[in-house]
Ligand binder design. Structure first.
Ligand SMILES: Nc1ncnc2c1ncn2[C@@H]1O[C@H](COP(=O)(O)OP(=O)(O)OP(=O)(O)O)[C@@H](O)[C@H]1O
Ligand SMILES: [Mg+2]
Length: 390
């Protein structure tokens, strides 16, 4: 008998060590603890309660067959039943037989108590002394248990449970931390992308326009001082605007002209400023188009880029810009009759304009179409969800 016990105690010890050194899924550890304890104590079935400090209850967390369906179902207060008594009094309870005669016993249908006459209840404590849980072993005939063996088993099991619980808490913390870091990095990346697009679409485009104005000014200096002065004046205005833009980008990444004028006037001003009297402009921009403010920014930026592209690449004679509502969308069209290009062609890494347009529009839940025929002009169309009733 002694020898058999020693063998099963050794097995328990080895099993608990294996559970301790596994990578500690709490449920897996509890499952193996159940098997180990049943084996080590020579009982028929084992159930394990863990202490839920938030609710002041012992909750059944693991059980050997056929009691597994009771997991999560049985909850006991301190002092309730033999289990609650063991936890409250911090004592091992051994009832070799006729548990029904014990005044502490409480019948719990889920645990099929009628099948087992003997039971033990062993409270489990953390190293700090706080209650971790209780395990019970039941057997269908009389059993005599060695109290020291049960206490030893209890402390080994407590170690395994505490370890798994700490491991779980640590893994949860790690996952939460990783999630937070990922979200922070994503938000940061998003912000950087937005700032980069903002600088590209705003100040950079204005600097390009200024450069052209100054170049024109330089060309006119010797021949037509009046024209040179007008170009210089236009450049000065653009510098003012660029300054405004830069300040605005720093503040809230929203073009100030939209706040000052509203979308339709801002678009008209944009077109006039860019093309002045040099290209015939056909404007069909509706006032009072309902669109959320962040979508207005998208429309304005797309128009800005499309217009800058016409100015720089198209060599056009006519430009058409239209803004209207086609519920549930707001539609912006920027077309030219210039040289056109192949929108599907691979572009250099230095070209951000079209890619930035597409990104802005898709982030806003809209659709972008760039239709271009070499030699026959380009039409950029944007559909973006509007703000009015559909
Ligand atoms: N309206 C247009 N007419 C003719 N070619 C165009 C037009 N719009 C774009 N393109 C062609 O498509 C290319 C890509 O345009 P995109 O705006 O992406 O880059 P980019 O204007 O060259 O540089 P940036 O990054 O400064 O905008 C241009 O280099 C030009 O060749
Ligand atoms: Mg461009």
């Amino acid at each position: 008998m002694e020898e058999a016990l020693e063998v099963s105690q050794n097995r328990l010890l080895r099993g608990v060590i294996a559970a301790l050194t596994s990578d500690g899924e709490l449920d897996a550890v509890l499952g193996s603890v159940i098997d180990l304890v049943t084996d080590a104590t020579g009982g028929d079935v084992c159930v394990l309660y863990l202490w839920d400090a938030a609710h002041d209850r012992l909750v059944l967390r693991a059980a050997s067959p056929p009691l597994q369906s009771a997991v999560g179902e049985v909850r006991l207060r301190l002092g309730e039943g033999v289990t609650g008594w063991a936890a409250e009094h911090e004592q091992v309870v051994v009832i070799p037989e006729d548990k029904w005669g014990d005044p502490r016993y409480k019948y719990i249908p889920e645990l099929q108590g009628e099948r087992y006459t003997s039971m033990i209840s062993v409270p489990l404590f953390a190293r700090s002394g706080s209650l971790l849980g209780v395990f019970n072993v039941h057997a269908s005939d009389r059993r005599d248990y060695d109290l020291d063996v049960l206490k030893l088993t209890g402390s080994l099991v407590a170690g395994a449970v505490e370890h798994a619980d700490l491991f779980r808490a640590l893994a949860e913390k790690e996952a939460a931390l990783a999630g937070m870091m990922r979200r922070t990095i994503e938000a940061q990346e998003e912000e950087r992308r937005r700032v980069a697009t903002e600088i590209h679409d705003g100040v950079t485009q204005q600097l390009v326009s200024i450069w052209y104005r100054l170049q024109a000014c330089g060309r006119s200096l010797a021949t037509d001082q009046g024209q040179a002065a007008r170009e210089l004046e236009a450049a000065k205005l653009l510098v003012d605007e660029a300054l405004d833009e830069a300040r605005n980008a720093i503040h809230d990444l929203r073009p100030s002209v939209l706040d000052d004028l509203g979308l339709a006037p801002a678009l008209r001003a944009l077109v006039h400023r860019q093309f002045a009297d040099e290209i015939a402009v056909d404007l069909d921009i509706a006032d009072g188009v309902a669109s959320p403010t962040h979508h207005e920014v998208v429309l304005y930026r797309v128009a800005q880029e499309a217009i800058a592209n016409i100015w720089r690449h198209a060599d056009a004679r006519r430009v058409k810009v239209a803004l209207f509502e086609e519920r549930p969308y707001v539609v912006l069209v920027v077309g030219d009759d210039g040289r056109g290009f192949d929108p599907a062609a691979k572009r250099s890494r230095m070209s951000f304009g079209l890619a930035g347009m597409a990104e802005r529009v898709s982030l806003a839940g809209g659709r972008l179409n760039v239709h271009s025929t070499p030699g026959r002009g380009t039409v950029v169309t944007v559909l973006i969800p509007g703000g009015g009733p559909s």
